[in-house]
Design a binder for this molecule. Structure first.
Ligand SMILES: Cc1cc2nc3c(=O)[nH]c(=O)nc-3n(C[C@H](O)[C@H](O)[C@H](O)COP(=O)(O)O)c2cc1C
Length: 297
């Protein structure tokens, strides 16, 4: 088998890469001696991610995941602009393996109180800023209100929610009730409220749903912010994946809170707070319950 065929045979592992709303927007095209990582436009989020920031980050995370898988298979593969995967002189140098890719998962339930060690953060390299979770309580509420109160954004989220195990795409993509750590009651409530949207919006749904997330950051915990370093969002997505895997090696899970950078008001405040342009923001800690394995096509 050629390296392309070997990697293709392991695509199912590469697809464990994370993506916003679990859209899995990558579309690998296999050629004789290269793999072009295309984007499936039907799997982008034009209303919640109008600049394509999260789309590019997800593609970058996929590229990095492919490189880790290739390296673990003993294949000499590198990344090139496009992005593309191309033959390389040697295996990609990475501390991570297929086992890390398989074990990685986002954890949205409660975390043990406690801050991430400074030494762990320093090891992640430059461009990662720590913010105490309590400092963002009020902003998360503003961002959640904006999310649920902006029809196009809320409807796009609704389309990627799979809140009932009988949903035909429950095991394929999107965000399940279990992945979101919702109780049966919460899932039913959210489902009914979003189904009746935008009527419920007028009834103050936004405030209600925002209030439900109010306690998420009300503990002594850590939020990390990845800052932009140039314009290459795919490279930033690769960095994001490496960061999440490095944290996982310390037993630390992540929970992205992208609404903080999607909502214009809180985005501006966060940029001021961290002194740079935030590309990704996520809660970090030791989850109290084992996070679920997310769906994949
Ligand atoms: C760029 C990016 C942005 C994300 N933003 C959010 C977010 O705002 N809220 C959230 O709960 N999860 C967010 N996620 C996590 C995805 O929903 C998650 O990766 C996907 O559901 C697959 O689950 P897994 O990572 O556990 O495999 C984001 C992921 C990426 C790559």
């Amino acid at each position: 088998m050629t390296w392309v065929e070997q990697l293709r045979a392991n695509e199912v592992i590469c697809r464990r890469a994370p993506s916003a709303h679990n859209t899995q927007p990558w579309r690998p095209e296999y050629h004789a001696d290269e793999i072009v990582i295309g984007v499936d436009p039907a799997r982008s989020l034009p209303d919640s991610d109008p600049t394509g920031r999260d789309l590019a980050l997800g593609i970058g995370a996929f590229v990095e995941t492919c490189l880790i898988v290739a390296a673990d298979l003993g294949l000499a593969v590198g990344a090139a602009p496009g992005p593309r995967l191309v033959p390389a002189a040697q295996r990609y140098a990475t501390p991570f393996a297929i086992a890390d890719v398989e074990a990685r998962r986002v954890a949205r339930g409660p975390y043990e109180p406690g801050y991430v060690d400074d030494a762990v953060i320093a090891d992640l390299g430059p461009g990662i800023v720590h913010v105490a979770s309590r400092e963002l309580v009020a902003d998360l509420e503003v961002a959640d209100r904006w999310l649920f109160g902006t029809p196009a954004v809320a409807v796009e989220l609704r389309d990627w929610l799979r809140l009932d195990p009988r949903h035909p795409r429950y095991h394929l993509d999107g965000l399940t009730d279990r992945a979101l750590a919702l109780s049966r009651f919460e899932a039913r409530f959210l489902s009914a409220a979003l189904r009746a949207y935008p009527i419920t919006r007028r009834l103050g749904l936004a405030a209600l749903l925002a209030a439900s997330g109010r306690d998420l950051l009300r503990y002594d915990g850590s939020v990390l912010v990845l800052l932009a370093d140039g314009d290459d969002r795919v490279a930033a997505g690769r960095r994001l994946l490496r960061t999440w895997l490095a944290l996982a090696r310390h037993g630390l899970a992540v929970h992205p809170l992208s609404q903080l950078i999607d909502c214009p008001t809180t985005a501006e405040r966060l940029a001021e707070r961290v002194g740079g342009q935030p590309l990704a923001v996520f809660r970090v800690g030791r989850p109290l319950a084992e996070p679920v394995r997310s769906a994949r096509r």
